[in-house]
Design a protein around this ligand. Structure first.
Ligand code: GDP
Ligand code: MG
Length: 670
């Protein structure tokens, strides 16, 4: 059995999905988190699968999410639908329910967030509502895992006994009623041939849905007759076709709710949200508040908590490396192997590993922002300014994801409704500084600007965003002329972040980071160590400046002379950064033979403070890593375009680093 989980955005689909399957999908108080559908087995019921579909408000193909959901239900024919409804917002949620009912598929309504309704003095009379809607209704609270067992029971029952919705007709008389009946009869055979319910097909015809009309393969004559009935309905009801249909549905919903819902008073969650929003999304306070919040997060992460934990970890790694070294020497091991283990693996992978706490702490804060509902507001606040440069708040959502990693950020651009918006967003995401670059910044900042950690860090992030915006403005006037699609998003109430989802996100990031450290970065480190230890004739070199690596590094180093770091080690580090950005740090530490604790000192033999700034600017902006480029290629659907993105990034990086370096050397001198 396959069950589809369909509902509005933020109605708790993913939370319920996780409860049903025991899986750990990312839950967000943030519309648009689930783009792709996800499938999972129901706990303890190996044969039953449930599919988490993206959140939608209607079945008209306005957005990618709606198309994904609708095509899944139409083409893959799930055995039953679990329609999840946010009970605190029941009228709006039922609008989708009515459309799902028309599809004539066994269905159960899961009335979610009942904890919040009850907490605010509301009730819903399930029996009455079941009668009105003609399907089983189960009151649940996904987050508290209440009613989920009953839901599983109910859904298995309707699916196995093929119990269809009893009500599909939402009006008893009147022009809309007549029209839908007439059209249903007209399309009946065609709809059945196309595998749709006639009622659903008729409603779509009335709405003027082109996709469905095409699938029905009606003759010219039939189309004309149908159009005639619709025009008659428009005349009789005095409304256009869409308004008439929507009006009919809302009348039905109103009637249903009048009998069965006792409204809760304005919920305290909502009251609280309104108060908080007065400041956080206020006309003048929104952007300053955002900057203060971000600065606070950076300060806590990079100067207080994260930095402290990182220091402890790197001391630990150094100590371990010291013991291993003594052990290996006592054993009298071959010096090349010793160098591989100590100078290669421990220095390279160890240098990256010590950043784990910083990344985990940063994501701890970001996931709190997201889960509390603040991120959704930011997208909303940013929508207006972004519109001026041809982007929308929707793109900002993707960019925020880019602070973590460009790969999911590029993937999330799928939610953008127009191709123009999507491509433009993809081109900007690499300018957003991803978390893999944090180790680079941290190392350089503690070497050169230890007194202003949070500020320099923030400046780098802001620079990335600013350059992205400039590029956006240029693109908007050249390759991507036009306006972005309107942005509609519901602002969820502020919620206290759930510990589970915050911990999950942290664990996700940590796992991801560790995986990278022991795969991509490990391999990159080995390659760098190998090329640094041997020369062209595979002899062990005395000094790494005679090594294979030096040959390669020296060949490209001249490119960076104008940027102020004419050093083959810097050039090589940049190349290895293509595999993964953390590898820039591991490479530099292998090449300078430094451990984490003396890295600051050794770095100052390679860079001056000014060339360090220039190097940071370059790494901030230059090519995305391999994984990101591959994703860009997939989403853009063209290798050439992905290549152009890389070239553009490198060119922009070079120009910016050059500008910064020239300006600084003029004012500061060295
Ligand atoms: P989706 O967008 O439909 O996938 O919704 P999510 O599963 O991501 O949930 C949206 C928000 O609603 C999250 O902040 C959840 O913690 C919260 N939520 C989900 N179910 C419940 C519930 O039963 N009660 C309450 N109070 N909150 C819930
Ligand atoms: Mg979701």
């Amino acid at each position: 059995m396959v069950y589809a989980l369909a509902g509005n955005q933020n109605s708790g689909k993913t939370t319920l999905f996780n409860q049903l399957t025991g899986s750990n999908q990312h839950v967000g108080n943030f519309p648009g988190v689930t783009v792709e559908r996800k499938i999972g087995e129901i706990r303890g019921e190996k044969k039953d699968a449930v599919v988490d579909l993206p959140g939608i408000y209607s079945l008209r193909p306005y957005s990618k999410e709606e198309i994904v959901t609708r095509n899944f239900i139409l083409n893959e024919k799930p055995d039953a639908i679990i329609n999840i409804v946010d009970a605190t917002n029941i009228e709006r949620n039922l609008y989708l329910t009515l459309q799902l009912l028309e599809m004539h598929i066994p269905m159960v309504l899961a009335l979610n967030m009942m904890d919040e309704v009850r907490g605010n003095g509301g009730t819903i009379e399930i029996d009455k509502m079941e009668k009105e809607l003609g399907i089983p209704i189960i009151a649940i609270s996904a987050i508290k895992n209440e009613g989920v067992e009953d839901l599983i029971h109910a859904i298995r029952e309707v699916a196995s006994k093929r119990i269809y919705p009893k009500v599909t007709d939402f009006c008893e008389k009147g022009p809309v009623h007549r029209c839908i009946h007439a059209v249903s009869h007209q399309v009946e055979d065609h709809a059945e041939a196309a595998g749709m319910s006639p009622r659903f097909a008729a409603a779509k015809m009335v709405e003027g849905d082109k996709e469905i009309t095409d699938q029905l393969k009606l003759s010219e004559n039939e189309l004309e007759l149908i159009e005639h009935s619709i025009i008659e309905m428009e005349q009789d009801s005095g409304m256009d076709r869409n308004a008439a249909l929507a009006n009919m549905r809302y009348e039905f919903i109103e009637k249903t709710c009048r009998n069965s819902v006792i409204k809760c008073r304005e919920s305290k969650e909502h009251k609280r949200s309104v108060k908080i929003d007065a400041v956080l999304t206020g006309k003048y306070t929104a952007i300053p508040a955002f900057l203060i919040i971000m600065l606070l997060i950076f300060w806590l992460t990079f100067e207080v908590i994260g930095a402290f934990l990182s220091d402890i970890l790197s001391l630990g790694i150094d100590a371990l490396s010291g013991w291993v070294k003594t052990g290996l020497e006592a054993y009298g091991i071959n010096p090349v192997v010793e160098s591989l283990v100590i100078d290669g693996i421990f220095t390279g992978v160890g240098s990256v590993l010590s950043f784990l706490p910083i990344i985990v702490v940063l994501f701890f804060f970001l996931s709190i922002l997201e889960d509390s509902g603040y991120m959704a507001r930011i997208a909303f606040v940013m929508d207006r300014p972004l519109r001026k440069i041809g982007l929308s708040g929707r793109s900002f959502v993707s960019m925020l994801i880019g602070f973590g990693c460009s790969v999911p950020a590029v993937m999330s651009s799928r939610t953008l409704s127009s191709d123009r918006d999507k491509k433009m967003t993809i081109m900007l995401i690499p300018f957003i500084s991803c978390s893999a670059k944090i180790p680079i910044y941290t190392v350089f900042i503690s070497a050169f600007f230890a007194r202003h950690r949070a500020l320099v860090m923030m400046a780098l992030y802001v620079l990335g965003i600013a350059v992205g915006l400039v590029v956006a403005i240029v693109l908007n006037h050249t390759a991507f002329r036009g306006n972005s699609m309107p942005f509609m998003m519901e602002l969820p109430n502020y919620r206290f972040p759930s510990a589970k989802s915050v911990l999950l996100l942290m664990w996700d990031k940590a796992k991801d980071f560790l995986q990278r450290a022991f795969t991509v970065i490990f391999i990159a480190t080995l390659i760098i160590w190998f090329m640094q230890t041997f020369d062209m004739r595979l002899n062990v070199v005395k000094d790494s400046s005679e090594s294979l690596l030096a040959v390669v590094g020296k060949a490209i180093a001249p490119l960076f002379v104008p940027l102020g770091f004419n050093d083959w080690r810097a050039a090589t580090a940049l190349i290895s950064g293509f595999s993964a950005k953390e590898a820039v740090v591991s490479t530099l530490s292998v090449l300078t033979g430094s451990t984490m604790s003396n890295m600051s000192r050794t770095l100052s033999t390679v860079f001056t403070p000014v060339s360090a700034v220039s190097f940071l600017v370059f790494t901030l902006l230059y090519t995305p890593c391999v994984a990101a480029v591959a994703t860009i290629r997939r989403e853009m659907g063209s290798g050439l375009k992905a290549f152009l993105v890389v070239v553009m990034q490198c060119a922009v990086a070079w120009v910016c680093a050059f500008a910064v370096y020239s300006a600084l050397s003029m004012f500061v001198g060295y």
